[in-house]
Write a protein that binds this ligand. Structure first.
Ligand SMILES: NC(=O)C1=CN([C@@H]2O[C@H](COP(=O)(O)OP(=O)(O)OC[C@H]3O[C@@H](n4cnc5c(N)ncnc54)[C@H](OP(=O)(O)O)[C@@H]3O)[C@@H](O)[C@H]2O)[C@@H](O)CC1
Ligand SMILES: Nc1ncnc2c1ncn2[C@@H]1O[C@H](COP(=O)(O)OP(=O)(O)OP(=O)(O)O)[C@@H](O)[C@H]1O
Ligand SMILES: [Mg+2]
Length: 359
């Protein structure tokens, strides 16, 4: 860790000395810390040495390792409307270095996703309401959960939500999948429609330290309104993020934006390396797949190394800095026409620059 816990403790101490005031939100037992103003007033920065963190958790390419040891990721997402998002997430996991990447999606989406890449293992098991009669829903739901369960113990991390859609029956089945993942202690990255699901049913992740939420501006706003029962307050952004993560029982939140802010309710870290001014859709999907891989690696390496940051926080920091580096390379080469697929093509080169592999 790069001293951010110490920084936060010092900031809390300073604010207590200065007599901090309430942010006007639901009280979650936190002293308000005006970190934003401390930072703008030249106080300590929340920026972490993200590249060193990435290096510390990325495993070496060891010839003695077998297939699967570098990570087995599953994306739960993909429906009639969205096939790009689950593909971006799952292929990013492979490009970074995971050994196997699965996608659990609807039947409509499966053939399309398979046609994008032969590398992905695609399971056409999810069902939307329109394709299931009311009287069959219970048995279909049990079958869907059973299909994912067959694989569950093998996965190092799930990504739930890219291109999932919002069909009520489908989301009900995904809730069941999440409960089983939690029972099996499998980390989960919640993004896109997965965040829509958990915002409406916080119990699915509340108090689960292996849950990671990666909200964009909109998704963050909905979470703040639901959990803290107030509006987003950027004057007090750091404190609000801490309160939000704490309010959901210590899950890790990666708040995406100009800078990415990461908190598990105890510390806040920032990654602000400049990426690209292009805001094409799908960059958040790359991030979800990347974070899943880095969490898996951080959990493996945690056995060997003592870090005061949790594997979920480390994974978010590494995923964020890698995506930004790849976006920067893609933008240098493609400019205004940069697309998500261009950024994916630069993931490998970017990781190579941070962690060169001896050949
Ligand atoms: N190729 C594919 O298959 C892709 C599929 N995807 C999948 O789509 C699903 C829904 O996800 P989502 O991101 O479109 O929903 P959400 O966040 O509600 O945004 C909706 C609207 O909110 C606004 N808005 C967004 N950001 C904002 C900002 N920073 N600041 C201000 N406003 C902002 C903006 O509205 P507008 O500006 O058009 O009024 C935007 O259009 C989900 O499953 C996801 O995985 C995507 O991953 C992309 C690639
Ligand atoms: N204003 C910005 N300036 C620089 N980088 C940004 C900005 N906004 C977002 N990003 C970067 O882009 C990544 C994706 O964030 P974004 O807010 O676009 O997610 P998203 O809306 O969920 O994307 P998707 O289209 O995949 O759903 C974040 O990790 C962040 O690093
Ligand atoms: Mg998104």
């Amino acid at each position: 860790m790069v001293g951010s816990a110490a920084v936060i403790r010092r900031q809390q101490f300073l604010i207590r000395c200065l007599g901090g005031s309430s942010a006007g939100c639901k009280n979650l037992g936190y002293t308000t810390i005006k970190m934003q103003s401390l930072m703008s007033g030249g106080g300590p920065s929340l920026e972490v040495d993200a590249i060193s963190i990435l290096r510390s958790i990325t495993p070496s390419l060891d010839p003695s390792k077998h297939k699967g040891q570098a990570g087995k990721i599953a994306v739960v997402g993909g429906c009639r409307e969205y096939t790009g998002a689950p593909y971006f997430s799952a292929i990013s996991a492979l490009k970074i270095g995971a050994d196997l990447s699965h996608v659990f999606c609807t039947k409509d989406a499966a053939t399309v996703i398979k046609s994008y890449s032969p590398e992905l293992i695609v399971h056409p098991i999810l069902e939307e309401s329109y394709s299931v009669r009311d009287e069959d829903k219970k048995s279909v739901s049990a079958k869907v959960i059973q299909e994912v369960d067959k694989w569950m113990e093998r996965f190092d991390c799930l990504v739930i939500g890219p291109g999932l859609g919002r069909d009520p029956f489908l989301l009900d089945c995904v809730s069941g999948i999440m409960k089983h993942a939690r029972e099996s202690n499998v980390p989960m990255v919640l993004d896109g429609d997965g965040l829509f699901l958990v915002t409406n049913c916080l119990d699915l992740v509340s108090g689960y330290p292996l849950a990671v939420l990666t909200p964009n501006v909109n998704e963050y706003k909905r979470l703040v309104q639901k959990v803290l029962q107030c509006e987003v307050n950027d004057q007090d952004g750091t404190q609000q993020l801490l309160s939000l993560a704490k309010g959901i029982g210590g899950v890790t939140i990666l708040r995406k934006g100009g800078s990415d802010f990461i908190s598990n309710g105890e510390t806040v870290s920032a990654v602000s390396t400049f990426g690209s001014p292009r805001r094409c859709g799908g960059q958040g999907d790359i991030l979800s797949g990347s974070v899943a891989v880095f969490i898996s690696w951080a959990r493996q390496n945690a056995v060997k190394k003592e870090s005061s940051m949790s594997p979920t926080v480390l994974g978010c920091i590494a995923g964020s800095v890698l995506l930004r580096k790849a976006a920067s390379h893609a933008f240098q080469s493609k400019g205004r026409s940069t697309l998500t697929t261009d950024i994916i093509e630069h993931l490998g080169r970017s990781l190579e620059e941070f962690c060169p592999v001896s050949r």
